[in-house]
Design a protein around this ligand. Structure first.
Ligand code: PNS
Length: 162
């Protein structure tokens, strides 16, 4: 039984994340998608809101679990008795930061492996940040995010809280 952890900010989850998650779920017995804090980013959505959007979005995928964690990723992976971290990779710009994270995580625990999955072509330009930017100016992001995220974003835009 191989469990993989798919960690990220998911602020919010996009169709690009969902694509990686679905593909990973076809390879591993179980995938735990975990909302975490990235000290380098200031999130727009609370951990609880991000978790809720993930729960709704992944409800139909049998071997996917949703969780959240405040702390060191490696400690979490060990707690879950997993040995694989899944990360999605888009362009060269992702590589440098992902390379550093993978190496520091390996330094912290050599038994835990980070595995990268290449984005699907149609999502290669997509990021949570670009979705938030477009949405904050009233642009249509319906085709970029899961339906529950789109509904939340539209509601927040109308309330002036986005
Ligand atoms: O979606 P992101 O923002 O690229 O995800 C990055 C994340 C949250 C996985 C990373 O910042 C992280 O692992 N945070 C937990 C703190 C930690 O373990 N830091 C050391 C390893 S980089």
């Amino acid at each position: 039984m191989i469990t993989a952890i798919y960690p990220g900010s998911f602020d919010p989850i996009t169709n690009g994340h969902l694509d990686i998650l679905k593909r990973a779920s076809r390879i591993f017995d179980k995938v735990v998608v975990t909302v975490m804090e990235n000290p380098r980013k200031k999130p727009m959505f609370s951990l609880e809101e991000r978790l809720e959007m993930l729960k709704v979005t992944t409800a139909g995928i049998a071997n996917v679990e949703v969780d959240c964690y405040r702390g060191l990723l490696i400690n979490y992976v060990k707690e879950k008795q997993a040995r694989v971290i899944i990360k999605g990779l888009r362009a060269i710009t992702d590589f440098e930061v992902e390379f550093q994270m993978a190496l520091i995580n390996r330094k912290l625990d050599q038994d835990i492996e980070t595995m990268f999955m290449m984005t699907s072509g149609q999502h290669s330009y997509l990021s949570s940040s670009i979705v938030k930017e477009v949405a904050s100016y009233g642009g249509n992001v319906e085709s970029l995010v899961p339906p529950c995220v789109y509904k939340k974003i539209v509601r927040m835009y109308k309330e002036g809280t986005l």
